[in-house]
Design a protein around this ligand. Structure first.
Ligand SMILES: O=P(O)(O)O[C@H]1O[C@H](CO)[C@@H](O)[C@H]1O
Ligand SMILES: O=c1cc[nH]c(=O)[nH]1
Length: 290
């Protein structure tokens, strides 16, 4: 007998929309731009030819419409990997669960999701404003560790080498390493973007090695991360969502990737608070290619 997903596990609002995102299945498009900042959704939608809907619920702001005649939507996930668990599960539910019968559909829909974010560089040569693709994403958040199949989508050798090299603290969640969708990276990535390896941190300050008033558990961590090399790869940057996006995307069969504009360089102690022009240029480029 087909599994029926109970109301406690998939909460559907009285208007037929999914619990947090407040979107209905008919509002979902196959191509999705994800951004952290709810106001960035308006910036993305300013490039659309037409706008069909504009929905706001908590930090989740979505505008759906068309770009160059094809359906597209842009959704904000807010800050943090825990929000990505909500966003990807609810987008997948809109795509692949029948909201009337509460059964998983026989024919699964494959979504294309590109996150356009901001990020802090961990290598001195990465200039402010550079777009960096997370070819591999290293999740410090632990979200993927709660799902069966985690090891099948993870780069276990990279994980092991990384934990050894930086002396991983057992009090922190075990890192997982997941590739972006390779075909999507080739479609979106050009010579104007750096192909990097991005950490999804579980916070902005201590978890990214920022010391304001509170001393850090391991003040050497960022230097060890900067020096780490594995099969010719180095860790390039910090942000907070790419790993659960790429990990859950892979487990569910969707295409997902992240590209971030560098707004701070942690190695040079440099930052650009006026980063929005660079982000706008990156949005225009991604929309051309998605
Ligand atoms: O600019 P966004 O997309 O929010 O991305 C980055 O900025 C936020 C922290 O300032 C985190 O969400 C991080 O991932
Ligand atoms: O340093 C940074 C900049 C933007 N977003 C982050 O998560 N870290």
């Amino acid at each position: 007998m087909a599994k029926i997903i109970p109301p406690s596990e998939l909460i559907i609002n009285p208007d037929g929309s999914v619990f947090h995102l407040h979107l209905t299945p008919s509002q979902l498009t196959d191509r999705i731009i994800l951004v952290g900042d709810p106001a960035r959704v308006d910036m993305v939608a300013s490039f659309f030819d037409t706008i069909d809907y504009d929905v706001q619920s908590r930090e989740f702001h979505t505008i759906g419409g068309t770009y160059r005649g094809k359906p597209i939507m842009c959704l904000s996930h807010g800050i943090g990997p825990d929000n990505i668990d909500i966003v990807i599960n609810e987008l997948d539910a809109l795509a692949n669960i029948d909201f009337n019968t509460r059964e998983v559909r026989d024919n699964l829909r494959r979504l294309t999701m590109v996150r356009i974010g901001t990020s802090g560089a961990l290598q001195p040569e990465l200039k402010l404003g550079t777009p960096v693709i997370a070819e591999k994403s290293i999740g410090f958040d632990g979200v993927l560790n709660y799902y069966a199949g985690r090891n099948e989508v993870a780069d276990l050798e990279f994980e092991h080498a990384f934990c050894e090299a930086v002396g991983w603290n057992p009090l922190w969640a075990k890192p997982y390493v997941v590739n972006a969708d390779e075909e999507l990276v080739n479609q979106i990535g050009g010579d104007d973007m750096v192909r990097g390896n991005t950490i999804s941190a579980v916070g902005f300050y201590g978890p990214q090695g920022r010391e304001l008033r509170l001393p850090l558990a391991n003040p050497q961590l960022n230097r060890l991360i900067e020096e780490f090399r594995f099969n010719g790869r180095k860790v390039t940057n910090y942000e907070m969502e790419s790993a659960p996006l790429q990990g859950l995307g892979k487990l569910m069969g969707h295409r997902a990737m992240t590209v971030c504009s560098i707004i701070a360089n942690r190695m040079n102690s440099d930052a650009n608070p006026n980063y929005k022009t660079a982000v706008r240029d990156l949005i225009a480029t991604v929309l051309e290619r998605i």
